[in-house]
Design a protein around this ligand. Structure first.
Ligand code: ADP
Ligand code: MG
Length: 446
């Protein structure tokens, strides 16, 4: 009965919009249930949810009126990875891409087919990590760096690189038993093995492989039992000269709630950091991602997006996805105007509560100055640096124009602002501690 109500709504919707619109946006929706007069429907991804909510809200309201079902409303939820549909997707993938016979099932099916070296854009911010991963995957396992430990902030490509290594091993030889998994999954498997009294099998599985690729080990924080298990797994593999690749959001020594003996082991081999991408890298990645989707985006559009998304590459991709969907939906080519229309709200939304004043206040306070000092015409060294930092942050985090920044800093010329931004960028590229100092500001502003 409930499902029929949804079917009826869809039938009417189909007649009111174009077939292309219907197929793209409404057909993929999945009815879940009706609860307290709310029709719950799931969308395949967050983008679809946003789009359907915005573009078809009125349509659905009209239909509900038409059906005289006042009081009924529709609510969209994103399908989560735990959805049965997602499982199915993974299974289908498995059928399409045969998994090497000896590899452990859970591993190959959890790989994203797009996370390969070919799809990765090397740049000076990630080239060390990239080269290390490539070297590990091209040599016989454990010849070069063991363990290989990759660290960096959220959305900077750690998972992409780790999975590229896994793909490479799968491709190279069926005989190399490779497992890629997240730390969380490792823990869940361990726990369920205890519940099912299959701990010996669990141990056997992870100690008898050639390559263990473990993503996001910071997740093991305070999970002592899992750390203990990993410790023994690590030792068994390392002793047998099996390759271990690990990722985390920080240096081994900075890991919190992780046993010292694990931290030291993580640091036994090679440690490589991925740094936040600079503007050029962001632009290059956008072009590459667009190309992979068979679209080309003008340079102006790429730099518009790149300058507004601070460093998270996942966010960068999200913008691209939205832009392409918007272009398809409106049937218009991708250009500056369209990009602005599609993304402006998003950029504003991320920074809605952020103001130039808030940035000035934050920086001034951290240097024990007053906001007015920062805006003053002084050229004292102790004021110049904080001012340059604040200007840089306005550009980087808020994405506002140079002349506007100049105005907000006591009427400075835009070339002065540009000079300041460049100074900070230069120093960040040379001085690691300074870079972290700035990133601290950026984090607290988001
Ligand atoms: P992390 O695991 O560090 O949080 P991910 O590996 O999930 O980050 O990367 C986030 C997104 O950014 C992914 O879609 C990934 O493909 C993309 N990405 C990151 N770095 C690059 C790069 N250098 N070239 C191409 N894509 C990248
Ligand atoms: Mg990751």
């Amino acid at each position: 009965m409930a499902r029929e109500i949804w079917k009826k709504i869809l039938d009417i919707a189909r007649k009111k919009i174009s077939p292309a619109q219907f197929d793209t946006w409404l057909k993929p929706l999945n009815f879940i249930r009706i609860e307290n007069d709310v029709v719950l429907v799931s969308t395949p991804n967050p983008l679809a949810r946003e789009f359907v909510e915005n573009e078809f809200k009125d349509l659905f309201e009209d239909i509900i009126k038409e059906l005289q079902m006042k009081g009924l409303s529709i609510s969209f939820v994103e399908g989560s990875p735990q959805d049965p549909s997602e499982e199915l997707f993974l299974q289908q993938q498995k059928v399409e891409k045969p998994v090497p016979a000896v590899s452990v099932e859970s591993s190959a099916i959890s790989l994203n087919p797009n996370y390969t070296f070919d799809n990765f854009v090397p740049a000076h911010t990630n080239e060390f990590a990239y080269a290390a991963c490539l070297a590990v995957s091209q040599d016989s396992p454990a010849k070069q760096y063991n363990p290989l430990y990759i660290h960096g902030g959220v959305g900077l490509g750690k998972t992409h690189l780790l999975q590229s290594v896994a793909h490479e091993f799968f491709k190279r030889s069926k005989k190399i038993r490779t497992i890629y998994l997240s730390a969380e999954r490792f823990m869940n498997e361990m726990i369920s093995s205890i519940g099912n009294k299959r701990q010996p099998e669990f141990r056997e599985k992870y100690r008898k492989i050639d390559v263990l690729i473990l993503d996001d080990v910071q997740f093991f924080k305070d999970k002592t039992a899992t750390q203990e298990e990993l410790f023994h797994t690590f030792n068994a593999l390392h002793e047998d000269q099996k390759q271990i690749v690990i990722s985390s959001d920080c240096n081994p020594s900075e890991l919190q709630g992780i046993a010292d003996r694990l931290k030291t082991r993580f640091a036994w081999g090679l440690i490589a950091e991925i740094q936040p991408p600079d503007l050029e890298t962001k632009i290059a990645i956008l072009h590459k991602k667009a190309e992979a989707r068979g679209v080309s985006i003008p340079d102006g559009v790429a730099s518009y997006i790149a300058s507004r998304v601070a460093s998270n590459i996942r966010e960068l991709e999200g913008c691209l996805t939205k832009l392409i969907a918007f272009s398809n939906f409106k049937g218009r080519p991708i250009n500056n105007e369209l990009a602005h229309e599609a993304l402006q709200n998003q950029f504003e939304a991320t920074n809605r509560f952020l103001t130039v004043e808030a940035i000035q206040k934050l920086v001034a306070a951290s240097y024990k100055l007053k906001v007015n000092d920062i805006k003053a015409k002084s050229n004292k060294a102790e004021i110049v640096l904080p001012r340059q930092i604040a200007m840089f942050l306005c550009k980087e985090v808020m994405g506002i124009s140079l002349p506007e920044i100049g105005r907000k800093f006591g009427g400075k010329h835009h070339s002065t602002v540009l000079h300041s931004v460049r100074k900070i960028e230069e120093r960040m590229s040379e001085d690691k501690a300074f870079q972290q100092h700035i990133q601290g500001f950026i984090r607290s502003l988001r």
